[in-house]
Design a protein around this ligand. Structure first.
Ligand code: MN
Length: 747
């Protein structure tokens, strides 16, 4: 078993019922293997692997109570049915936990099954430790795991299958484990599955994560989908009918269906756009899968079908996605169009061939299958991506945690296609700038970039680039990277190259900065003292002397105005907003201070260590919460289960996650922040404060309100006892005339 998913280590003999269950599942695996096993040797090795695994895991049970061997059996079936891998992968899946959890060694596996399978099992065994280790070691291990990508991608695919089965059976895990596992899944495994082209599995991983992290929201969306199903399928039928006729008349062999979006993607959209379910208009897409006629290129057939459909429904011109001519980096090919359907509704139509469908569903594995059949041995999208991963892995300066964050961004981003002056196409992530493009070409081109010609027009290197742009980078030997460049790049490669350069450069700049300041101070006849820095640092927005020196040395700031700074009184900066700071915010609860409110959060733990309310999500009683043990302070930070920061932490330091709950008997107050926006009229802010402090008798800690063009917006921090209090405040404030919304701040 994985150390991650400790089974109940009782060596309870399997009952006859268990044996029936096991052999039933093995039969099913053999059925599935019919499509991949061809020789007697194939069947033999699968059987031997099963018997060895069964013997090795004998008597051990999973947390759910099932015999342990049901897990490798299920993983093997996912590998062959859902990913489309072959016999060796089935065998490696059956054996994937044997070396890790039993007394068998890799050498013994090699003797029994040969070197290839032994090395796969070895890879899987090494990976088993990845998600149990703590701290940055986990990140370091993840990096190692990705290194196996370059050896044998199948190892990662099996690991994804392993994770999928564990997610499917997550219900029997305690909540703290569920958070750790779902965090890793949403943070790493789903993006990885996506990147390897496993759409179906990626979607299921996301849906399952949502189900355990936000059970209510998951259930609500699921129910609403069920309730709207009848009317939706009626609409789809009406929409599809004329297409069906037209395509038939044209002699095309095809299937057409309506696909409902995944619960997770609906949920994400609701989050992103802050809209209710009812306002998500693109709940489904129409998919047309055709069996291509051999004489015409698939590509042309896609466009032919597109033109037949757009004869019936008008297309939205800016919503054509052509991944037929230029596939996505994960190999995905299809033609997507959005057309105006009946009842004024935009409908997305996806057109692809059977082969494209196979690649879309099974990703990498299907891709290899077709690649072997084709004559072309060109470096394709996957190869290019693997090359990039390898490059990133070889970047020695990056620490493991940074690497993980960077790697993750390379997994998830949508791509655009741009062109070099010679017309060569390059894929860049959405949001990339000309500078990213420069670094993509070569580190030296990036380091020396001063401008870009985008579609023959001169632009700044910070200009975001768009799909279809043709870009030429203008360089100069006198140019070099500046710290603010980091804020203008989207790719890991560019960011890392700039950082590398600056690190080297920083020390030089500090020295240079010191010289410049010394010289200037001599002019003024002022000795360099702590007093000087107290004035200079804030004036030049620097936190430390080194930061100031290196900015100065790099030429990012100059000392032209320093005379004024030295004469100025430190605290005379004007504030852009006005602030109400209430003198005694805690009158209800009797003189507690801020520190006190952040402590003593009651939990299940008997010896009551210290707790901190995480400032990133500020949970209050009534929120579902989870604890994170901070290794430095030794305290437990209490986060909302929905907190993004928690997800990030849990994916990297899962073992520090612990269950906590609010105790019901302590009356404490908690800080919570409201966002508010509305029409600025005379007296409205006073009215709002009166509603909160007067009517509701809730204490305000502070208000930051900005007003512009007749609109005010800002934040109000209040002390509340629990979520009911907070909802009451929100309710009342939202009812004040002129208020557009009042809501709890997300983070
Ligand atoms: Mn496993």
């Amino acid at each position: 078993m994985d150390r991650n998913y400790p089974a109940v280590i009782e060596t309870m003999e399997y009952t006859p019922e268990d044996e029936i269950l096991i052999s039933g599942q093995f039969e099913k695996l053999l059925d599935s293997c019919n499509k991949v096993a061809t020789t007697e040797d194939d069947w033999d090795i699968i059987r031997r692997a099963f018997f060895l695994a069964k013997e090795a895991h004998k008597g051990v049970r999973r947390r759910s109570g099932e015999p342990y061997i049901t897990h490798p059996l299920a993983v093997a079936r996912i590998v062959v049915d859902e990913i489309g891998l072959g016999v060796k992968s089935v065998v490696a899946s059956l054996l994937h936990d044997v070396v890790e959890d039993t007394s068998y060694t890799v050498e013994e596996i090699e003797a029994m099954f040969g070197p290839k399978i032994a090395s796969m099992v070895d890879g899987l065994t090494k990976m088993a430790g990845v998600f149990t280790a703590d701290t940055s070691e986990q990140a370091e291990n993840f990096r190692k795991m990705l290194l196996t990508l370059s050896d044998d991608v199948r190892v990662i695919l099996i690991k994804i299958a392993d994770r999928l089965h564990n997610m499917r059976t997550l219900g029997s895990m305690p909540p703290a484990k569920q958070i750790k596992i779902t965090s890793e899944t949403i943070f790493l495994f789903a993006p990885l599955a996506y990147r390897l082209g496993l759409y179906t599995i990626k979607t299921e991983l996301e849906d399952l994560s949502l189900k355990y992290r936000f059970p209510e929201q998951y259930k609500e969306i699921k129910q609403k989908l069920q309730h709207t199903e009848v009317s939706r399928s009626k609409f789809i039928d009406t929409f599809n009918e004329p297409i069906r006729q037209r395509l038939k008349e044209s002699g095309i062999d095809f299937d057409i269906s309506g696909r409902v979006k995944s619960i997770y993607s609906i949920w994400s959209k609701m989050q992103r756009k802050q809209i209710p379910f009812e306002e998500v208009y693109d709940l489904f897409a129409i998919r047309i899968i055709f069996r291509p006629s051999p004489l015409i290129p698939e590509k042309s057939q896609c466009w032919h079908i597109y033109s037949l459909i757009t004869d019936i429904y008008k297309p939205k011109p800016d919503r054509i996605r052509d991944w037929v001519n230029i596939p996505k980096a994960n190999g995905y090919e299809a033609l997507h169009a959005t057309v105006m359907g009946p009842q004024g509704m935009w409908v997305e139509v996806q057109i692809r061939s059977e082969r494209m469908e196979d690649v879309a569903e099974k990703g990498f594995a299907a891709h290899w299958k077709y690649k072997q059949d084709s004559i072309s041995k060109d470096e394709d999208e996957f190869d290019k991506w693997l090359k990039k991963v390898r490059e990133a892995l070889n970047s020695p300066t990056e620490n493991a945690v940074d690497f993980l964050d960077n790697f993750r961004t390379t997994l998830y981003t949508t791509e655009i296609v741009v062109f070099t002056p010679k017309g060569e196409s390059r894929k860049m992530p959405m949001g990339a700038t000309a500078l990213d493009f420069a670094y993509d070409i070569h580190t030296n081109v990036g380091n020396k970039a001063i401008g870009a010609k985008i579609n023959h027009k001169i632009e700044s290197i910070f200009t975001p680039i768009m799909s279809g742009d043709q870009i030429e980078i203008i360089t100069s030997d006198n140019s070099h990277p500046k710290p603010e460049w980091i804020e203008h790049v989207a790719t890991a490669k560019a960011r890392q190259s700039i950082k590398n350069y600056l690190k080297k450069d920083r020390q030089n700049n500090i020295e240079r900065g010191k010289e410049i300041l010394e010289e200037k101070m001599k002019e003024y006849g002022v000795p360099i003292s702590a007093r000087v820095f107290r004035k200079v640092l804030p004036a030049y927005e620097s936190r430390t002397k080194d930061e100031f020196y290196s900015k100065l040395g790099a030429g990012l700031i100059d000392l032209d105005g320093i005379g004024k700074v030295l004469r100025e009184n430190a605290a005379s900066k004007t504030l852009k907003f006005w602030t109400i700071q209430l003198a005694n915010p805690l009158k209800i609860f009797g003189g507690g201070d801020k520190k006190k409110t952040q402590r003593n959060i009651p939990t299940v733990s008997a010896d009551e260590p210290e707790f901190t309310i995480a400032p990133c999500c500020s949970p209050i009683p009534g929120d579902t919460v989870i604890g994170y043990k901070d290794p430095e302070s030794g305290k437990i930070d209490v986060h909302k289960t929905s907190c993004d920061e928690l997800t990030r932490l849990a994916s990297q330091h899962g073992d520090r996650i612990t269950s906590v709950k609010w105790s019901s008997h302590k009356a404490m107050s908690y800080l919570s922040v409201l966002e508010i926006r509305g029409i600025d009229r005379v007296g409205i802010l006073l009215e709002i404060t009166q509603v909160i402090t007067g009517e509701l008798n809730i204490n305000i800690r502070e208000m930051h309100i900005q007003s512009h063009d007749g609109i005010f917006e800002g934040e109000i921090s209040v002390y509340v006892m629990n979520i009911d209090d907070l909802n009451m405040v929100i309710d009342k404030v939202a009812k004040v005339k002129g208020v557009e919304y009042a809501r709890r701040r997300k983070r």
